[in-house]
Design a binder for this molecule. Structure first.
Ligand code: URA
Length: 206
């Protein structure tokens, strides 16, 4: 798929999310928050769900947690926010920012699945418990999951870290997320360069 085809399909999906009523959140939120960023990003972040500011603006991670995420992208990865792709597990804000319900995660899953397929990043980063549990299929908490290495079904590395909102509260998560972004940078730096046709370059005998 060309960059334009991917961007067009992402726009169509965003429109479907805006019209979606597959769970009750579609009726209570202000705007669906589909995702933002480079349709050909090397790194795709998956958060939890929109909060107040995201619900108002229709863009993920624009509040305080988002400012921290943007700072980590810039300072630790040496990238701009527009270079990466950012999405959430849920596209609609749960009232009062309560935790997502299992049926909401289930109803929203097809959107995230297609975003991952379309963007086809070289590294996926799960931010916090909800994204990490969904993407790894594990019931372990983020403190354990961030210490482990995962691959998506297609072999793409999946890294788990604390949610930036948890990092804003200080403690382990603040230092932990900074250390994890250094690991993400190291992983990005050691990935083989993609070849012009998009396939991975294998070693001489690959
Ligand atoms: N927290 C999230 O998980 N996602 C957002 O978009 C904002 C805050």
């Amino acid at each position: 798929m060309t960059r334009e085809d991917v961007a067009t399909r992402l726009t169509e999906l965003a429109q479907q999310a805006e019209a979606c009523r597959n769970c009750a959140l579609g009726s209570s939120r202000t705007r669906a928050v589909f995702g933002v960023g480079n349709p050909e990003a090397d790194v795709m972040f998956v958060g939890e769900a929109p909060g107040f500011h995201e619900d108002q603006q229709g863009e993920p991670f624009v509040g305080a947690a988002g400012q921290l995420l943007t700072k980590l992208i810039e300072t630790k990865l040496g990238l701009k926010r527009a270079d990466v792709y950012i999405a959430n597990t849920l596209k609609c804000r749960p009232p009062g920012n309560r935790d997502p319900l299992p049926e909401e995660v289930e109803a929203c899953k097809p959107f995230l699945r297609e975003q991952l397929t379309l963007v086809n990043p070289r590294i996926v980063v799960a931010l916090g418990n909800f994204a990490a549990k969904l993407l790894t299929g594990s019931t372990l908490g983020i403190t354990k999951l961030r210490e482990r290495e995962f691959k998506m079904r297609d072999g793409t590395p999946l890294m788990c870290t604390f949610h930036p909102a948890a990092a804003l509260r200080g403690g382990n998560a603040a230092n932990g997320i900074a250390a994890d972004f250094e690991k993400i940078k190291a992983a990005l730096d050691t990935l083989p360069e993609p070849s012009a046709d998009g396939s991975e370059q294998l070693g001489l005998f690959g």
